[in-house]
Ligand binder design. Structure first.
Ligand SMILES: NC(=O)C1=CN([C@@H]2O[C@H](COP(=O)(O)OP(=O)(O)OC[C@H]3O[C@@H](n4cnc5c(N)ncnc54)[C@H](O)[C@@H]3O)[C@@H](O)[C@H]2O)[C@@H](O)CC1
Ligand SMILES: Nc1ncnc2c1ncn2[C@@H]1O[C@H](COP(=O)(O)OP(=O)(O)O)[C@@H](O)[C@H]1O
Ligand SMILES: [Mg+2]
Length: 282
């Protein structure tokens, strides 16, 4: 297996693009976050807020009806399109033209939701991040793997990865299986953990930021929003994944002296995205 490329400040600065002073929200890009189900609307709140706070111009969420008030009240800057169903997503339709899609946080596994994901995968040509229950839906329907567009970014935690590629007996085997999976379907795999590794075919990147404070509900949902935001801003998928993972980890390193490991929560990731951006260019 190849040695990893370490994702540090130098590696990130090679890829980071300073916003143009004359940019406007139309140029900064429009993201859509698709997810949520009854009791798991918080995942979409976290993901969509993180998406906005990572610099894209506009964010729309596509959620089941029961999340409408929750989203509008929690994040007034985010626009909302609802499914026809009350408690889960059953048919994904929108007439906006987003530059990137993030799908999965809080989505649930209802059979109707699985069919809606199938339809999206079959027709989608827009850069895509697949996370959480959208990954679990793929794992339940492995014959759909070839429908996923090349360079789509998958962000599994270890259990989601196991559901996708099967069990492993060593770290080495886990990496080998993930590289083989990435090569077979031309996908970028963000193997979340400590450390997070990003697999792009034979190339392995290893992140150098982040700490155990991130071991708390919703931090993965936040990461999905951040990477989707960068994709929306025309970063190449691999660069969006690298920059997103690095900044996400950095928020926890910045916050740790104030929060300690225990009191850090996913909203603290979001609250520190600004400082993370400032620190890479300082
Ligand atoms: N506030 C919210 O609305 C939240 C909603 N969430 C949503 O809840 C749904 C279920 O996601 P979950 O990930 O909780 O459930 P999953 O069943 O997919 O994964 C949980 C399992 O994975 C294992 N696991 C997780 N991280 C691991 C690691 N680093 N090493 C080894 N094992 C690990 C856990 O021990 C557990 O067995 C998703 O749609 C997710 O987006 C969660 O993100 C939590 C917050
Ligand atoms: N001990 C740890 N050290 C560093 N990062 C961690 C640690 N535990 C979790 N993380 C990070 O936190 C995030 C958790 O994502 P995930 O398990 O999908 O959470 P959720 O689904 O609740 O949002 C990942 O980015 C992961 O790398
Ligand atoms: Mg998750």
């Amino acid at each position: 297996m190849m040695n990893p490329i370490y994702i540090d400040q130098k590696e990130v600065l090679k890829r980071y693009k300073q916003p143009d002073p004359h940019t406007h929200k139309g140029i900064q890009g429009h993201a859509i976050i698709i997810g949520g189900s009854y009791g798991k609307m918080g995942a979409v709140c976290l993901s969509s807020k993180a998406c906005l706070k990572t610099g894209c111009g506009l964010v729309t969420v596509f959620i089941p009806k029961c999340g409408y008030d929750i989203l509008q009240i929690a994040i007034p800057e985010v626009m909302v399109v609802t499914d026809k169903d009350e408690k889960f997503i059953s048919n994904i339709t929108f007439d906006i033209k987003p530059q990137a899609i993030g799908i999965g946080p809080g989505l649930g596994l209802e059979i109707e939701t699985q069919q809606a994901v199938y339809k999206l995968l079959k027709t989608n040509k827009i850069p895509l991040v697949i996370d959480a229950d959208a990954l679990n839906i793929l794992s339940k329907n492995k014959e759909w793997f070839p429908l996923v567009q090349p360079k789509t970014i998958l962000t599994p935690h270890p259990k989601e990865l196991e559901r996708l590629i099967g069990k492993w007996t060593s770290e080495e085997e886990k990496l080998e299986k993930t590289v083989a999976f990435s090569k077979q379907y031309h996908l970028i795999i963000v193997m979340k953990g400590a450390p997070t590794r990003i697999i792009d075919g034979d190339t392995i990147y290893e992140n150098t930021t982040g700490n155990a404070a991130l071991a708390t509900a919703g931090t993965g949902d936040v990461l999905t929003g951040m990477i989707t935001s960068l994709l929306t801003q025309s970063y190449e998928p691999i660069n969006a994944a690298i920059l997103g993972v690095y900044l996400h980890g950095l928020t926890a390193d910045i916050a740790l002296p104030e929060t300690g490991y225990q009191s850090f929560i996913a909203s603290d990731v979001i609250a520190n995205i600004g400082k993370a951006f400032l620190s890479i260019t300082a």
